[in-house]
Design a protein around this ligand. Structure first.
Ligand code: F6P
Length: 383
């Protein structure tokens, strides 16, 4: 244990419901074992590390700071993305300016960490935040080789695409938000006998779209990882097969990653459905299509019981790693790490491995993808 050093905590990247519970759990678990150890909160993610500390951090926080936050969505510490921490492309026209800005940011951040006598930084965020954390930790150790310092990451992202954790904090709440939206949209789409295309966040991965489509009973899901799912012609012929079997409305869920790969994907699909002759022949008129986007609504609201429990588990595991050097009953682990979950159990992976293997993507072999194939509308559906 580092008796006199302090522990910093921040939330970073896209906010995720349950981040507050993770901060609270880390705080409470650390204080339970070492009530006198200083805990520092940084505001607005990594920005809080590289500004004037008196306005961007709270030192010696006490238990009142984590009262009445467990039920709130978002993050009471504030969050953000820091473009300075992203390495510019080799051919970026402003590369040298950006490299200089990056260096300046890192210089201030590590000097602040040193000055505050921090031995550990808990970073609650997604894989982009973990990349930034790794850079900061490496720079700190290069600059101050004699001072022990490490990062403990806690996965929090509605995308659920962080290697080393079966679930990330916020995913379950977002999933329930999207399923709720699907249920509401079903009322209107059924009344009008239309097709609805519902766009769902998820960055480069399709987990949120896939699982919400399964749980919400969608007819079709399109995810970036499996090209066959975003083929317009295949979707149109599945819908035509559907109308021949008396389906009169359809819910199509599409992950945002598909839209990035194929610009105007939803618009073009809507046009193709409305123009499809096979569908028109059965219905006597074109099938009407509407496009909706759930966007950031998926990220808001009170965290689900599952997310708060997961946040409690991971926040407490982070404290174990910091204070014991390992999870109870497990071997010691050194360096920067990420605490994740396998079922109800915490697990630890090196930060470098998590960064290298994230985002964790859907594959055709993923059990959830296989399930979607069985449960959704197919052109050759034999019943
Ligand atoms: O990573 C979470 C996420 O909501 C992604 O699904 C989405 O691509 C991104 O953040 C949106 O970022 P922002 O809130 O910065 O627009």
């Amino acid at each position: 244990m580092h008796e006199t050093s302090s522990v910093g905590i921040l939330t970073s990247g896209g906010d995720a419901p349950g981040m507050n519970s993770a901060v609270r759990a880390a705080f409470r678990s650390l204080k339970m074992r070492e009530p006198d150890r200083e805990i520092v909160f940084f505001r607005e993610g990594f920005r809080g590390l590289a500004r004037r500390l008196d306005s961007s951090s709270d030192r010696s926080v006490d238990r009142r700071a984590v009262r009445d936050i467990i039920h709130r969505g978002g993050t009471f510490l504030g969050t953000g993305r820091v473009p300075e921490l992203v390495l510019p492309a080799a051919d970026a026209p402003d590369r040298s300016d950006r490299l200089a800005a990056r260096e300046a940011f890192l210089r201030v951040a590590v000097a602040n960490l040193y000055q505050m006598n921090l031995s550990h930084l808990v970073v609650v965020g997604g894989d982009g935040s973990f990349r930034g954390a790794r850079l900061i930790a490496d720079t700190f150790r290069e600059t101050f080789p004699k001072r022990p310092f490490s990062v403990v990451g806690i996965p929090a992202s509605i995308d659920n695409d962080i290697f080393g954790s079966q679930y990330s904090i916020g995913f379950d709440t977002a999933l329930n938000n999207v399923v709720d939206a699907i249920r509401k949209i079903r009322d209107t789409v059924e009344s009008h006998k239309r097709a609805i295309i519902l766009e769902v966040m998820g960055n480069t991965s399709g987990w949120l779209a896939l699982q919400s489509a399964i749980a919400g009973g969608a007819a079709i899901v399109a995810i970036p990882e499996v090209e066959a799912t975003h083929d317009h012609a295949a979707i149109v012929s599945r819908l035509a097969a559907g109308v021949r079997r008396d389906y009169r409305y359809f819910i199509i869920v599409v992950a945002e990653g598909v839209q990035r790969m194929v610009p105007d994907w939803s618009q073009h699909l809507a046009e193709k459905i409305e123009l499809d002759k096979a569908t028109r022949d059965v219905l006597g008129a074109p099938m009407e299509v509407r496009i909706n986007s759930i966007g950031h609504l998926a990220r808001g609201g009170s965290p689900s019981a599952f997310d708060n429990t997961l946040a409690g588990l991971l926040g407490s595991a982070a404290a174990d790693v910091i204070q014991l050097g390992h999870l109870p009953g497990e071997a010691a682990i050194e360096g920067d790490v990420v605490v994740g979950c396998r079922g109800p159990y915490p697990v630890v992976h090196p930060l470098a491995e998590v960064v290298a293997k994230s985002p964790r993507l859907v594959t055709e072999e993923s059990p959830l993808f296989q399930l979607s194939e069985k449960l959704m509308l197919q052109a050759a559906q034999p019943f």
